[in-house]
Design a binder for this molecule. Structure first.
Ligand code: 6R9
Length: 631
């Protein structure tokens, strides 16, 4: 600890630096930004292409950039097929443990068989290249099989996080016009069964586009199946159509791989579209260089596969790199707060990648829980989702990493596809800073006029270049994508991340938080608009506003203000009813901390809710410029 406390700079140990996949940062960084296309072409050579690209980067229609256009590749060919042909064939691909202690393992060969069978099932249901399949599942291996099966046949998956509920699922199915839904009977949390199929059934009533629902038997719940629409996966797998061989479709590098909905500033969630080529290159390169993956490593990204972190760093990046991945479906503190530490010891996990919220949540149970376990297999520790506060950083570093594992604090977004700002294992660390841009990326902090601010000054975080992992568009809404993220300064396009940040004298970047109506609650990204929409859908409510206020464990907690209909009584009962209503429409994670009944909401003269005024009032801060506030 001494070094850390003296200067608050942590220097990685020689044990870590001597074997790091990337031994030097500055020179390679310089090379990568001066020769961006050459750098990414070299990385792309690590993948298997059916046909090489015509151009590395096509800027002719900027900001609608194309990467590796003209190339033919399938991400599954790289994540699964090639490993079956090489020395990874019998290597463990997925180690899975359920909350009740159930265990299942799949080698790359076994993974391939499962993916092929699933792909054949999808084909027999008429799924074709380009079709969008919605997936709503617990964290079970079949979730990964389903994603890979879609990608294998060129279909586009849209995974909806299993913690979301009816309205969130229905609106995402609708936007994507999915004809096929893949779900499960249910999952379990803290020993309690969750009935996912019942939620899916309600959602399907609201979204008529679904013609086929494939259901995985997981928790043996008695569920309602509609004849001729709903099928059990195990029944379909028993049919001759579900053979264990299936050819991988040759997709274009720029063909869509998946849509992932994420909350934005206004209105409905945005379906961010990622591709087979650039996304494969970006996720596998970042995973190899940042997380220093070695052939013998056991990698555990303890996120949910239903969020971008899971897509990029449970499924695609690690599998392309032939890694062994851990997947645990359960609460971190069930039945006791040592569950995660026990998993690390039992399976000899080498790299753990999780969120500040999870670290804070486990920290509160004290050191004695991790101390019961041998965590010496750990070499690196990762963090993602929100800024990590120095107290949690130091606990993670000292108690979990035994002062020897670098904390890899990675800043990125659903839109960026992979890590954008992050240390490498060789980087000197400052607790709370995600440190420096990843190769190829030029990142600046600018003021409202778009000019770069000075050192240690707060401003907006922008990215000044395209990168292969970038989302290509908002599904079916190119204009929205351009308007939301891209602007031009001096003829050059720049990407606006929606975060505020500072750069210190050493060029280290400190991300502060969102500057828009996006909330990060326990690391989950939620939009105020969706929460407000859920509140207003309750018959007692006429208007609602949601804001985020600091919360010790969750980072931010949702606080809401509602105007109710005349004659209604804003009492404790209604307050609880509204909280539950948001939970059942959106999902538990969106349940407000608090509902306050108000006479009116502060609005601009044009009728926009001034959430910053509510926030300032709640925090007892200056309300700022009120000149646009209506009477
Ligand atoms: C990967 C992911 C993106 C937003 C992003 C920012 C916040 C993520 C962070 C971080 C500070 C980090 N964020 N990582 N803030 N330090 N290391 O979380 O994607 O769910 O789309 O959220 O999360 O505010 O803009 P997503």
């Amino acid at each position: 600890m001494t070094q850390l406390e003296q200067s608050d700079i942590f220097y990685p140990s020689s044990e870590v630096t001597e074997q790091a996949n990337v031994a030097e940062y500055e020179k390679l960084y310089q090379y990568s930004v001066e020769n961006r296309e050459a750098f990414w072409a070299e990385q792309a050579e690590n993948l298997n292409w059916f046909k090489k690209w015509d151009s590395v980067l096509d800027e002719s229609n900027a900001p609608m950039y194309k990467w590796f256009d003209g190339g033919e590749i399938n991400i599954v060919h790289n994540a699964v097929d090639r490993h079956v042909e090489n020395a990874n064939r019998n290597k463990m691909a997925i180690i899975w443990e359920g909350e009740n202690g159930e265990k299942r393992n799949f080698s790359y060969n076994g993974l391939n068989r499962e993916v092929c069978q699933f792909a054949n099932v999808l084909k027999s249901m008429g799924v074709e290249k380009g079709d969008v399949v919605t997936i709503y599942m617990p964290q079970i291996p079949e979730l990964i099989f389903a994603m890979l099966a879609c990608a294998k046949i060129g279909a586009v998956h849209s995974v909806v996080y299993g913690g979301f509920s009816t309205e969130a699922l229905a609106s995402r199915i609708d936007d994507a016009h999915s004809r096929v839904l893949i779900t499960a009977d249910g999952g379990s949390r803290r020993g309690k069964k969750i009935n996912l199929k019942a939620i899916a059934n309600d959602a399907m009533k609201r979204s008529p586009s679904i013609e086929v629902c494939i259901c995985v038997k997981n928790n043996e719940l008695d569920v309602e199946m509609e004849p001729s629409r709903d099928f059990w996966l195990h029944d379909l797998k028993a049919l001759p159509i579900a053979g264990s061989k299936c050819e991988t479709e040759k997709t274009g590098a720029e063909d869509p791989l998946f849509i992932l909905y994420t909350s934005g500033t206004t209105g409905s969630p945005k379906g961010m579209v990622h591709t087979h080529g650039g996304y494969a290159v970006y996720t596998s390169t970042t995973h190899r260089m940042i997380f220093d993956i070695k052939p013998q490593d056991r990698w555990w990204c303890a996120a949910d596969p239903g969020w971008i972190t899971g897509h990029s760093y449970i499924v695609y990046g690690p599998l392309i790199n032939g890694a062994t991945i851990m997947l645990y479906d359960g609460a971190p503190n069930y039945p006791y707060p040592n569950r995660w530490w026990q998993i690390i010891e039992n399976y000899g996990i080498n790299i753990l990648y999780t969120s500040p919220t999870a670290i804070r949540g486990l920290m509160r149970f004290g050191e004695r829980w991790p101390k019961k376990h041998d965590l010496s297999s750990l070499r690196l520790l990762g963090s993602v989702g929100e800024p990590i506060n120095p107290k949690a950083w130091k606990w993670y570093h000292h108690v979990i990493g035994n002062d020897k594992c670098p904390i890899i604090d990675t800043w990125w977004q659903t839109e960026t596809g992979g890590c954008m700002i992050s240390p490498l294992p060789i980087t000197p660390l400052k607790p709370g800073s995600a440190t420096k841009p990843f190769f190829g990326n030029e990142i600046s902090i600018v003021n409202d006029e778009g000019n770069e601010v000075g050192a240690n000054e707060e401003g907006k975080l922008i990215i000044k270049n395209p990168w292969p992992g970038m989302a290509r568009t908002v599904f079916k809404d190119e204009q929205r994508y351009k308007d939301l993220y891209w602007s031009q300064v001096d003829g050059k396009w720049r990407y606006l991340a929606g975060d505020s940040a500072k750069k210190d004298d050493d060029g280290y970047i400190w991300v502060i938080g969102r500057i828009d109506e996006v909330l990060k609650v326990s690391g989950y990204r939620l939009g105020t608009a969706e929460i407000e929409h859920a509140l207003v859908s309750h018959p007692a409510v006429t208007e609602a506003a949601a804001i985020g206020l600091p919360h010790e464990l969750k980072g931010n907690a949702i606080h809401t203000y509602v105007v109710i209909k005349e004659g209604m009584v804003g009492d404790k009962n209604l307050c609880n009813e509204l909280k539950e209503h948001v939970g059942s429409e959106m999902g538990k994670i969106a349940t407000p901390e608090d509902v306050q009944f108000v006479e009116a909401l502060p609005k601009t003269r044009s009728g926009k809710i001034m959430r910053r005024v509510l926030k300032a009032r709640a925090l007892g801060q200056d309300e700022g410029d009120l000149s646009t506030l209506e009477e």
